[in-house]
Ligand binder design. Structure first.
Ligand code: SPQ
Length: 429
């Protein structure tokens, strides 16, 4: 773990950044390519630690995956041809890999064991193992299937009608992936709309799926066919530079290749509500997801209220939105965001503790936080808690502090954005 000292001296930011591939879509491109029959080619794949964990797991299942930078080719004859792994499947720091693979493996004909890193071992899995058990899945894990390691004995699954108790794309996706390999029609009712990359990719790989309001229906036994996937840039990565451009002195940043799937664009709604100088231009593109260019300039910001169905559309952006709010005039209230407590770390506690070290006026609540601004920030020694999004929030904060900010574990940022510091340094003038 390397301590990184950030001594930027309140710079101006100028230039353009091509935002790297979306983590959620990159994971799914490998999973769908492995399930499908035929050849799948992926363009713009995010080579981050989390996505490489997914590739590693499928490699152990005998799936032929060739990686050449951002290009990936997957050749598969379908799930029935996967081999039983002779090693434990290691999912690293990735909740998406762990939960979606449980759904996929539950309906396979092989036995396997999944384990992740220290953070994954504390993240709740019952939200996935419980509905999968209702489908007939054979799963054994600590605390009655709540924690990894989890052993999966693949078996024949039956369809379910499931009302989700939590707004989670990972739970929805695990059930849909299990449903593909089960008998009958599965119906999933969402509490609130969450990211719909799985539904979009199911269609892209040839499945028939019905989505009406928050009700998704999928008939089991459908075969997927290999496809070409163009991965859009990750708006969750772009979010750090959107906030940077809005709060740094005398700045203008152009962010290209940004995925604009409307289940992910809550950060844009928040920036507009706070009065940011932001323009959006959609791009014609070859992806099955919308893509555009965002231009952000130094802005006079005001506080806002963030809650309800906006939360799943920006859940991973909340740490950096909290930083944004420290530079806005007035009060920002973030509520209905209790899911933050079960991410890579408890992100309510982590954000509040670390921004307070820099002098922010921020208080935790049961389901979010309240921030009063604007506050001048000073330097400090910050912890990432091994969480990439806390690490990047700390680095962006250092752009507006008087004095040096240090972060304790810069390596964790490679989970979602390996080129983050290179991109940041390129736009500092
Ligand atoms: O994959 P992981 O570790 O869960 O990653 C995070 C992140 O910050 O990158 C959450 F910690 O993103 C999740 C996101 O919060 C990725 C995701 C997906 O790809 O389906 C969905 C969200 O999680 P959830 O629990 O709300 O379904």
């Amino acid at each position: 773990m390397t301590v990184k000292l950030l001594n930027f001296g309140k710079p101006s930011l100028q230039g353009s950044i091509k935002i790297p591939g979306d983590k959620s879509v990159s994971h799914r491109s490998i999973m769908f390519g492995a399930i499908a029959e035929g050849t799948t080619t992926v363009e713009g794949f995010l080579q981050s630690d989390d996505c490489l964990s997914t590739i590693d797991c499928f490699g152990k299942l005998g799936v032929d995956i060739k990686v050449d930078g951002e290009h990936v080719q997957i050749d598969s004859k379908g799930i029935s041809t996967w081999k039983e792994p002779d090693e434990i499947l290691y999912t690293g720091n990735s909740g998406t890999t762990t939960r979606l693979m449980l759904g996929i493996l539950a309906g396979s004909s092989i036995s396997s064991v999944l384990i992740g890193d220290e953070s994954i071992q504390k993240r709740p899995m019952k939200r996935v193992t419980e509905p999968l058990k209702q489908m007939g899945a054979k799963l054994i894990g600590r605390a009655n299937g709540q924690y990894t390691p989890i052993a999966v004995e693949g078996t024949t699954l039956k369809a379910i009608h499931y009302k989700m108790p939590v707004a989670s794309a990972q739970v929805k996706s695990a059930i849909l992936l299990a449903a593909l390999n089960s008998q009958g029609e599965t119906v999933v009712e969402e509490l609130e709309t969450t990211r719909d990359h799985t539904e979009k990719m199911l269609k892209h790989f040839g499945a028939e799926i019905s989505v009406k309001d928050n009700v998704i229906s999928l008939q089991g036994g459908q075969k997927l066919t290999g496809a070409h996937v163009v991965v859009p840039g990750d708006i969750s990565s772009a979010a750090f530079f959107l906030v940077a451009g809005a709060i740094a002195l005398d700045s203008k940043l152009v962010l290209t290749n940004v995925g604009l799937n409307e289940t992910r664009t809550g950060i844009i709604d928040v920036l507009k509500a706070m009065g940011a100088t932001l323009t959006i231009e959609t791009q014609n593109n070859a992806s099955h997801e919308p893509i555009g260019t965002l231009t952000i300039e130094t802005s006079n910001l005001v506080g806002t209220e963030i809650g309800g169905d906006l939360i799943p559309r920006l859940i991973d952006e909340i740490p950096v939105i909290a930083l944004l709010a420290t530079q806005a005039k007035g009060k920002t209230i973030i509520k209905n965001a209790e899911e933050l407590k079960v991410k890579e770390t408890n992100r309510i506690d982590a954000v509040v503790n670390e921004l307070r070290k820099l002098g922010a006026n921020i208080n935790p609540t049961e389901d979010g936080m309240v921030i009063e601004g604007p506050t001048p920030l000073h330097g400090g020694e910050l912890s990432t808690y091994g969480d990439h999004r806390i690490g990047m929030m700390a680095a962006i904060a250092a752009l507006v502090t008087d004095g040096i900010v240090s972060i304790d574990n810069q390596e964790c940022i490679a989970v979602s954005y390996p080129n983050f510091f290179e991109h940041l340094e390129n736009v500092i003038k």
